[in-house]
Design a protein around this ligand. Sequence first.
Ligand code: UDP
Length: 234
Amino acid sequence: MYKRVLLKFSGEQLSGKFDGGIDAELITWLAGEVKKVIDGGSQIVIMVGGGNFARGAQLAGHGIGRVTADNIGMLGTIMNAVALADVFNAAGVSSRALSIVSVDQIADQFTHRRAMSDLEKGHVVVAAGGTGRPYVTTDTAALSFALELECDVVLKATKVDGVYDKDPAKFPDAVKIDAMSFEQAVSDGAIKVMDKAALGLALEYQLPVVVFDAMQENNIARVAAGEPIGTKIG
Ligand code: UDP
C-alpha cells in the first residue's frame, strides 16, 4: 500500500459524457472511488488538468500570446479543482482545493505547510493552477507537487488501461507494457505517456508513475494498494 499518492486527472476525463465542462455525476462516482483509497489507509492529492476548458498550445495565436493562453489554461484547472472539491465534499469526502495561483476569492492559497497539514488531517488536497508557470502542463505539476508533498507514487489516470507499444486506438495489434524503466519512458519517442519534463523529474528523483484506467470500478483503490494494474514506470 502507498501511504500517500498523487492522482492526476486530465480535464477531458472530468468532462465525462460531455464534450467540455464538468460532469458532476461522474465526479460524484469518483468521490466514492477515492473514499475507498482513504478507507484503505492512503492519503491523497489530486492534480487536475484543464484541457476541458483550454490548452495553451492550442489557444495561442491570432493575437493571444502563449503566456496568456497558458494562464487561461491554468484558470481552467482552477475551475476543475473547485468544482471537484465541492462535489467530493457534498459526497462526504472531505476535500480542500488549494491554488498555487493567487485567487483568494475563489480558493485558498496553496502552501506546503497548509497542504501537508490538510493531508495529515485526512482531507483530500485538490491542487489548482498547475505549477503556476506557463510552457508546462499539469503532468509536470503532478510530478513537482508529488515530490513537494512527499507522495510515494504518481497515479496517472488515462482512457486506456496502461501504456502500449503503439496507439491501441489505431493499431489492433498494439501490446500493453506492464512495466518500463524511467529511461525507456523518457527516450522512446513512440511512447507518449507524459510530458518529457514530467518524466525527467520522475527519473531524476526516482518517483514511480503508474498509468492506469481510473474509470473502472475499484481501480484507484487497487492501484493505491499496490496491485499490479496498468503500467508501472520506474
Ligand atoms: N498550464 C500551464 N502551466 C501549468 C499547468 C497548466 O501553463 O503548470 C496550462 C497549459 O496551457 C495547459 C493548460 O493549462 O495546456 C491545461 O493543462 P493541461 O494541458 O495539463 O490539462 P489536461 O490535458 O491534463 O487536461
